[in-house]
Write a protein that binds this ligand. Structure first.
Ligand SMILES: Cc1ncc(COP(=O)(O)O)c(C=O)c1O
Length: 441
């Protein structure tokens, strides 16, 4: 840690931060965070590490769905952003913006087939919104088919095309004309599409359901179906893009070229917020008829584009797609091994490359694993609110062997701890957490 906080200031800052969060940001979330990782105020980050304000070092094994795919504050990305900051951070939007133009070209080069034009925005959600607009514009049709258990963002349109109930409940009515079909089921998709379908939207590996890999050939079958019926194939590569699955893009596993590809997370190099929607000439031809079909104040700002260019170039120059494939094979073998090593705790593992999950059998076990990971091993994995028994393992794609060893050891030992506890011990542990929660109320 390079910027330690003077010891006498720490407790004051912690108190103020936690109190402000609970009083002015989100009381429920604040209390939950305190319960699991008492007063964990993040302060500094570098590479795969995050330090809390006390100077405790945590290993980032989840990278927030790949945002920190190059680790935190990758020097090349930081340098590119600093240089751009010194010159021109935001665009007037009246003149040619060089970083945005350069990024467009780079994305055309690295994305498959004839994907060529890019709308640059500030988040994954926005890129999905743009994709839906473009699909309607191109086909002049209204309907969208998406997949059950998917997650594509939190706006009303994105909630409408997301298949995880938790993110939809409470926001009805959502968009009309959306159908949701099981991911990986080509027959269900065939039944759901019609001459009114503008787009089929899916991920190459479905993140929200626990990194579900579709059956071999599925993406190609979807491509053929869309071609036959003039439907836009929109692939959300917001988590799967830029090497995460062991190929540059998830669709590359099947040699499929979508009509529209949505990008985000990793693209900001772990330093800036950015989203992008990249599409084929046929889509651009429709957009030509509707100049400024979309616009945004901050989208494509030079800072974010400079970060994105540096991030993508780093993947290419450091051969990180291959690195992710090698590390991913190791991670997959280890997680699969947990099922046989700890059968009373781990009931499943799935995923591709460095995008994986393992699932434990019960909520009390999940609590133990989370507590062990955070408090004892200081390793951060994501356990989604809608499926708390699931653990996302999503390390940086440039992780060293030592970092991978640490993540794998932390997982093994945390699961071993849950396996060693009796049901009574775990019930007592939950009671203790409930007591703490009540004390915080
Ligand atoms: C697959 C997928 N699509 C879309 C989104 C939405 O992106 P953002 O949160 O940047 O708006 C996410 C975010 O987690 C995602 O995982």
């Amino acid at each position: 840690m390079k910027h330690p906080v003077p010891a006498e200031q720490i407790s004051g800052i912690v108190l103020e931060t936690v109190s402000n969060f609970i009083h002015y940001i989100d009381p429920g979330l604040g209390k939950q965070m305190r319960l699991m990782a008492e007063d964990f105020v993040e302060w500094e980050a570098q590479g795969p590490y995050i330090w809390d304000i006390h100077g405790n070092e945590y290993l980032d094994g989840m990278t927030f769905g790949g945002v920190f795919g190059l680790g935190h504050r990758h020097p090349r990305v930081v340098e590119a952003v600093k240089q751009q900051l010194d010159r021109m951070p935001l665009s007037s939007r009246l003149a040619f913006n060089k970083p945005m133009a350069d990024l467009g070209r780079l994305l055309a080069e690295v994305t498959p087939g004839d994907l060529q034009y890019t709308f640059v925005c500030s988040s994954g959600t926005e890129s999905i919104e743009v994709a839906l607009k473009l699909a309607r514009l191109t086909t002049q049709r209204p309907h969208i088919v998406s997949t059950l258990s998917s997650f594509h963002g939190m706006s009303i349109a994105c909630s409408s095309v997301s298949g995880i109930d938790y993110w939809r409940q409470g926001f009805f009515p959502l968009l009309d004309g959306v159908s949701l079909v099981p991911f990986g089921d080509i027959d269900a998709l065939r039944k759901a599409v019609s001459p009114m379908t503008a787009a089929v939207l899916l991920e190459a590996v479905q993140a929200g359901s626990g990194c579900t890999v579709p059956p071999a050939g599925y993406l190609q079958q979807v491509r053929e179906l869309c071609d036959r019926l003039g439907i836009m194939l929109v692939v959300d590569e917001i988590q799967t893009g830029f090497g995460r699955t062991g190929k540059m893009f998830g669709v590359d596993h099947e040699g499929v070229v979508p009509d529209i590809m949505c990008l985000g997370k990793f693209l900001g190099g772990g330093v800036m917020a950015i989203g992008a929607c990249t599409y084929r000439p046929v889509v651009q031809q429709a957009a030509d008829k509707r100049p400024l079909f979309n616009n945004t104040t901050f989208g494509g700002n030079p800072l974010a584009c400079a970060a994105a260019i540096a991030a993508v170039r780093t993947v290419l120059d450091e051969n990180l797609v291959e690195r992710a494939r090698v590390l991913g094979d190791r991670l997959g073998a280890m997680l699969d091994g947990l099922i046989t090593k700890y059968p009373t705790v781990v009931e499943g593992a799935k995923g591709l490359g460095l995008m994986r999950t393992f699932v434990v059998r019960s909520i009390p076990q999940a609590f133990v694993v989370v507590q062990e990971l955070i408090s004892k091993h200081r390793t951060l994995l994501l356990s989604p609110v809608h499926t708390p028994t699931m653990f996302r393992v999503n390390p940086p794609i440039n992780a060293t062997d030592e970092v991978m060893d640490r993540i794998l050891d932390a997982i093994d030992q945390s699961v071993a701890k849950a396996a060693s506890m009796s049901e009574l011990d775990m019930a007592r542990n939950i009671q203790e957490l409930q007591r703490k929660a009540a004390a915080m109320a």
